[in-house]
Design a protein around this ligand. Sequence first.
Ligand code: HEM
Length: 193
Amino acid sequence: MITAKDKGDRLTREEILSTLVLLLVAGNETTKNLIGNGLRALIDNPSQMRQLRENPSLIESAIEELLRFDSPVQLDRRIALEDVEIGGKRIKKGQSVLMLIGAANRDPDEFAEPDTLDLTRGKQSHISFGRGIHHCLGAPLARLESQIAFTKLLERFPALEFVQPPVNKDHIVLRGLESFPVRVQRVGIPGDV
Ligand code: HEM
């Protein structure tokens, strides 16, 4: 960012600082929620968790499904640059539109049995990272981080179970867990929980 140049223009100190804050916020809570929501989905669906344990090469497909199934960002917003019609609704230039990412990711016209967690769905059309020119800058990093996190969690802990029901955060845009106590058992140490 310090060396970035665009037609002779440079980023000011304030622009660099605000971009760093954006990266920290946009890249922290979201990935954390993917790991929390994803782990909850796996514990809720033991046969899927078993399938991933038995076949770790499923991890890329699994992360896409966890992103779709319980999307860390539920809402996004756009402002119409011109009058448009979407799904029979007229939207005037300048009007704001809220997009329900979580609902789109469970659209039955797009996903067979959308309420079923299926880690083998493979390549997906979910919109958990948004679409278009504002598509999430950190998507490759988030994918990598969560692939590593889930691979290591399953490798290290042969048993994972809820201690008590998870509690969701009270937030309309970011979907994540406020508390999520999990009992784990470590590899090679039976009874050590
Ligand atoms: C699972 C993790 C993440 C999810 C679900 C997520 C989701 C999103 C969504 C929905 C958007 C809006 C896209 C749009 O309006 O079309 C977005 C934008 C953005 N994300 Fe992420 N994100 C994640 C991780 C990250 C990480 C790790 C970083 C950075 C290290 C990051 C940085 C950004 C930035 C800078 C934008 C704004 C892009 C722009 O407006 O051009 N995100 N993200």
